[in-house]
Design a protein around this ligand. Structure first.
Ligand code: HEM
Length: 349
């Protein structure tokens, strides 16, 4: 052992073998398929968001007078500013897409069933926080659409019975969009929500380690062979490869389709068409289909049902005596999600 490695080994008495023992957990063979490891993808992208977000924060200034100009400076003048901003924007898109796909994988393999109900609920909190982070980030640019999107969202929360008014005041720091609003969105976006996500992730992964991933009986065990493999280093290597592929994909997207500047927010001029980010298209189309109060109440009902789904599913299975009932519900829900999103994307208004 050389001097340096001995010096290090004495101070950090942790070798490869100890590390493998600490982290190792036998992982079922089906995790060799990438779509069963989709949970690692948002975790990886979250780290990208933290790093690029911190770098953007060196230049971003959250006030109605300075926000737009600071984003313009990042996009057009700062060295590689356009690249960082584009990575952050595409990272957000891919992270949200990955969370949705991970949730679908968990749903369609019924991995939320007993005893993993609580982890499903933690996952739902992660979904809500991820969507809220996306929404507050969109509002920070202080473009027309950011401004009016935030105004519409605040008016919608006003419709929620009992807590709506408080939620609207909390979000805007007043009755309408005012000087306090943008700093509020910023502190939610850059501090409160990321910290909450980290805490939720710690609980999510702890639960995962306590239960292990769901054992699915797929035909991937060689006769007489082991139906598990090592987390460290085998599974970790798969995750590293997924991470590298994502980094290349992100970089290509950021270069080919970089983030642009829209027109600056003008509180006096309502744009002809208000569009949220793509991940809210489904809720926006839903709003247009029903009256305001019906749409808001039914959205609340759907979110509550999603939180409680493991128990609703257990009840439905008992009543229908059909173990696959969740698959049918899932197909209808996915059809609606895709249908309404595409409808909103292509409809002129
Ligand atoms: C930031 C968001 C999230 C991250 C980083 C994350 C991370 C992970 C990871 C790494 C796993 C291990 C298995 C796999 O990779 O599929 C996992 C499993 C799981 N996740 Fe998530 N997750 C997130 C959001 C969600 C959401 C939105 C839900 C559902 C509402 C959810 C529910 C679950 C459940 C129930 C498991 C256990 C699956 C099993 O036993 O096979 N997670 N999560």
């Amino acid at each position: 052992m050389g001097f340096t490695s001995q010096w290090l080994a004495e101070r950090v008495p942790l070798g490869g073998l100890d590390l493998s023992e600490l982290t190792n957990e036998p992982v079922p063979n089906h995790l060799k398929r990438w779509w069963f490891c989709l949970g690692g993808t948002p975790a990886y992208l979250f780290v990208v968001q933290i790093v690029t977000g911190i770098l953007l924060a060196f230049y971003y200034q959250a006030s109605p007078e300075t926000a737009y100009e600071s984003v313009r400076y990042i996009t057009q003048d700062a060295t590689f500013g356009w690249y960082l901003r584009s990575l952050h924007k595409w990272g957000a898109t891919l992270m949200i897409a990955a969370v949705i796909l991970h949730q679908m994988r968990v749903y369609f393999t019924a991995a939320y069933r007993r005893p993993r109900e609580l982890n499903w609920m933690i996952g739902m909190c992660l979904l809500m926080c991820t969507l809220l982070t996306g929404f507050t980030g969109y509002s920070l640019v202080f473009e027309q659409l950011s401004y009016w999107g935030a105004t519409v969202a605040a008016n919608l929360s006003d419709q929620v019975p009992v807590v709506g008014d408080v939620a609207k005041h909390f979000l805007l720091g007043g009755d309408t969009y005012n000087r306090l609003t943008l700093p509020r969105f910023y502190i939610l976006h850059a501090a409160v929500l990321p910290t909450t996500i980290v805490l939720l992730l710690v609980i999510h992964i702890t639960f995962l380690r306590l239960h292990g991933v769901t054992e699915l009986k797929l035909d991937d065990t060689p006769p007489g062979g082991d139906d598990h493999f090592n987390f460290f280093p085998d599974h970790l290597l798969t995750e590293v490869i997924i991470g590298l592929v994502l980094m290349i994909l992100l970089s290509v997207l950021a270069t080919v389709l970089p983030a642009m500047m829209g027109p600056k927010a003008n509180p006096l001029v309502t744009p002809e068409e208000i569009k949220p980010e793509w991940f809210f298209y489904v809720s926006f189309r839903w709003l247009k289909l029903f009256s305001l109060s019906v749409a808001v109440l039914s959205t609340g009902f759907i979110i509550a049902a999603m939180f409680l789904w493991p128990w609703i599913d257990a009840g439905l299975r008992k009543i229908t005596r059909n173990e696959d009932i969740s698959v049918y519900v899932g197909i209808v829900a996915t059809g609606l999600l895709i249908g309404l999103t595409v409808w909103e994307a292509i409809a002129p208004h």
